[in-house]
Design a protein around this ligand. Structure first.
Ligand code: ADP
Length: 295
C-alpha cells in the first residue's frame, strides 16, 4: 500500500508536536472556584502528545526525531533529557522565549481529573525549514494547526507517509485531511470529524479508529477491518493512544503493511494501560513482541 523509501536523513519517524511537563496533584476532592484544598501527593512527569509518541516510536525500534519547542527553563532541560534518554534525535528542537508547556492536573479520590494546559513554547512551534526526510511523519493537534498542515504537505512532497492523530479533538480543514495517508482518531474524535466516511471523502487514505478496550477499526474505501484489543488488566489508560500512534508509525516505517502495523500498535496500546504514567508506560519492542507471541 505504501511505497517504502529508505530516508537519506537516517530518520525513520519524525514526530512534530508538543512537549509538556505534567504537574500532577492528588487530593480527596477537586477544589471549587475560590477554594483551597490540601493534596496528598505530587509528581512531575514528562508529557505532551508529541513527546509521548516520539518515545513510543523509539521504543518500537524506529530511528526517531522529535521536532518541537521548549522554553529555556528547568522543565525544558528535563524534557530534553527524557528525549535523549530514548536516543531520540533532538537536533531540530528549538528553544524559544516562552515557558515550556505545562499541564496542571488535579486527580481526586475517584480518579476524576481536572486539567489546565498552558501550551507556552508549544504555541511557538513554527514550520521547520529543514524537516528531515523521514519515512513516516507523525503529527497531532497540540501545536498550531497551520504548522500541522505545512508539515504534512512537506512530508508528502518528500514522499513520506503522513500520519495524523487528531487529538485533542478539533475540526479540521478539508485541505489538511486531504494530505493525510492515515488519520488515527479515537471514537470521540472521529464523531466530531463527521465520521470515517467524511475523512475518506476529503482524501485521507485510511482511517484507524481506536476504541479503547473494544479494539480498533481500520477503514478504507474497500471496507472496515476490525482488530480486537489484547486482553490485559489495565491500571491506567493514560498514554495508550500515544503508544498506539507512535508504535504504528514505527512499524509503517519498518515496512509493515497497515494491518500488521495495527496489530503491533494494538499490542503496544494494551501494554501501555498496564503501567502508570505516559512515558514510563511506553512499551519496548521486546515486550510488544512477547505479547504478540513473536519471540
Ligand atoms: P485514546 O487514549 O486516544 O482515547 P484508546 O483508549 O482508544 O486511545 O486506546 C488506544 C488503543 O490502545 C486501543 O485501540 C487499544 O488497541 C489499546 N487499548 C486501550 N485501552 C485498552 C484496554 N483497556 N485493553 C486493551 N487494549 C487497550
Amino acid at each position: 500500500m505504501f511505497v517504502h523509501v529508505a530516508p537519506a536523513s537516517g530518520i525513520d519517524v519524525c514526530v512534530v508536536g508538543s512537549a509538556n511537563l505534567d504537574l500532577v496533584a492528588t487530593t480527596a476532592r477537586i477544589p471549587q472556584p475560590g477554594e483551597t484544598v490540601l493534596g496528598d501527593h505530587f509528581a512531575e512527569h514528562a508529557g505532551g502528545k508529541g513527546l509521548n509518541q516520539a518515545v513510543a516510536s523509539a521504543r518500537s525500534g524506529a530511528r526517531t526525531a522529535f521536532v518541537g519547542a521548549l522554553g529555556s527553563d528547568r522543565a525544558g532541560e528535563y524534557l530534553h533529557q527524557v528525549l535523549t534518554d530514548d536516543r531520540i534525535d533532538t537536533s531540530r528542537l528549538t528553544i524559544v522565549d516562552r515557558p515550556t508547556g505545562r499541564a496542571l492536573i488535579v486527580v481526586d479520590g475517584n480518579g476524576e481529573n481536572s486539567i489546565v494546559v498552558v501550551p507556552g513554547a508549544n504555541s511557538a512551534v513554527s514550520t521547520p525549514q529543514d524537516l528531515p526526510n523521514a519515512t513516516v511523519v507523525l503529527v497531532q493537534l497540540e501545536i498550531p494547526i497551520d504548522v500541522v498542515e505545512a508539515v504534512l504537505r512537506t512530508a508528502r512532497r518528500n514522499s513520506g507517509i503522513t500520519v495524523l492523530n487528531p487529538a485533542p479533538a478539533a475540526e479540521l480543514p478539508a485541505s489538511l485531511i486531504g494530505v493525510c495517508d492515515v488519520i488515527i482518531p479515537n471514537e470521540h474524535e472521529v464523531e466530531l470529524l463527521g465520521g470515517a466516511g467524511a475523512l475518506l471523502a476529503a482524501g485521507c487514505g485510511t482511517v484507524v479508529v481506536t476504541r479503547g478496550g473494544a479494539g480498533v477499526d481500520v477503514i478504507t474505501r474497500d471496507g472496515t477491518v476490525h482488530v480486537p484489543a489484547f486482553d490485559v488488566d489495565p491500571v491506567d489508560t493514560t498514554g495508550a493512544g500515544d503508544a498506539f500512534c507512535g508504535s504504528l508509525a514505527a512499524r509503517l516505517a519498518a515496512g509493515d503493511n497497515l494491518n500488521q502495523a495495527v496489530r503491533w500498535a494494538a499490542a503496544a496500546g494494551a501494554l501501555a494501560t498496564t503501567v502508570r504514567g505516559a512515558v514510563p508506560a511506553q512499551p519496548t519492542a521486546v515486550a510488544i513482541r512477547s505479547l504478540l507471541g513473536m519471540t
